[in-house]
Design a protein around this ligand. Structure first.
Ligand code: NAP
Length: 288
């Protein structure tokens, strides 16, 4: 790859950042689209985050992605926000505006809703009861997406029930009932539900599997896992075994990346079979 002095710059800030697939993803798009651009990993500790973030425009960056643990800090440090970031109070995409202002956006919301639509279709989502497991950063975006997709009822189950309650309070919408439940209530929460989404870290490589009995879910139900290391989590395997629609997390990763790429480099990147295979191969090589 040749990087000229005119190359447009973007990157991902995280701590650690070496596990991030974003450089692979964005540089693949840069390469196949023939752009003069480069996307770099930026290992930034929490202590240095504010300084590093504010330096982006000075360094000539078009913007950056922000990942764990910086998404909330980025929200507070950005001067402007898009609607999704204001709802979720977290930022995963920074756009440096021409006057140097940092605009914080949240593309995890659209990333999840696009992934769900593409892998499960819209049928069966509107008016449905959904159960969301977990109430961390990603859960806020998933719940916002389910509100946008017109679910009628969302039950959030989390080990720390206060965090589930905080999401229910902040994303309260008059057309959707949102309930916060404890972790032990997750099996009962499936009663009457047709959508289940795991947003906890359970099922990730190195973490215990998620223990939940999927039997109460009727035929045609959707089981989504936003964890994508491994590609097929024990939850997704159990869902497939029961003939349910299984929705993996890799597509969310791809879909959340596309709006940032377009904002920085001016063109919407394509999702090709080659791209998906490249990412799957990388995940399999590292996650088994
Ligand atoms: P986070 O903010 O750290 O939240 C982790 C969640 O998991 C919390 O709700 C936590 O409960 C729960 N949890 C952790 N260990 C648990 C256990 N032993 N039993 C029950 N619950 C447990 O993480 P995040 O940023 O939301 O990310 C969560 C997962 O989503 C990660 O695997 C991440 O890689 C994935 N993710 C995927 C995408 C994508 O594009 N596909 C995007 C974002 C995130 P407490 O609140 O009680 O601690």
């Amino acid at each position: 790859m040749t990087i000229s002095g005119k190359a447009k710059l973007a990157g991902v800030m995280g701590w650690p950042v070496s596990h991030s697939r974003s450089p692979l993803l964005h540089n693949h798009w840069i390469s196949i689209m023939g752009l003069e651009a480069v996307y770099v990993p930026l290992a930034v500790s929490p202590d240095n985050f504010e300084t590093a973030l504010k330096a982006l425009p000075t360094l000539g960056f078009r913007g950056a992605n922000v990942t764990v643990p910086h998404k909330e800090a980025a929200f507070h440090l950005c001067k402007r926000h898009d609607k999704a970031a204001l709802r979720v109070r977290a930022v995963n995409t920074i756009v440096c505006l021409e006057d140097g202002t940092l605009e914080g956006r949240n593309t995890d919301v659209v990333g999840f809703s696009e992934s769900l639509k593409l892998q499960a279709g819209l049928e069966g989502i509107e008016g449905a009861t959904a159960v969301v497991l977990g109430a961390g950063g990603a859960a806020r975006a998933v719940v916002a997406a389910l509100v946008d997709l017109n679910c009628a009822c969302i039950r959030i189950c989390n080990r720390t029930v206060e965090k589930a309650q905080a999401i229910a309070n902040s994303l309260h919408d008059e057309d959707v009932e949102i309930h916060a439940l404890g972790w032990d209530e997750r099996d009962d929460a499936l009663d009457g539900a047709t959508i289940l989404v795991n947003t906890t870290t359970l099922g990730m490589v190195g973490q215990p599997a998620l223990a939940i009995d999927l039997a109460p879910l009727p035929r045609g139900s959707i089981v989504a896992d936003i964890v994508y290391t491994p590609l097929e989590t024990p939850l997704l395997a159990a869902a497939r075994e029961l003939g349910l629609t299984a929705v993996g997390g890799l597509r969310m990763l791809i879909e959340q990346a596309r709006p940032g790429f377009e904002a920085w480099f001016g063109e919407k990147p394509p999702v090709t079979r080659d791209l998906i295979e490249m990412l799957e191969t990388d995940v399999k090589a590292k996650a088994g």
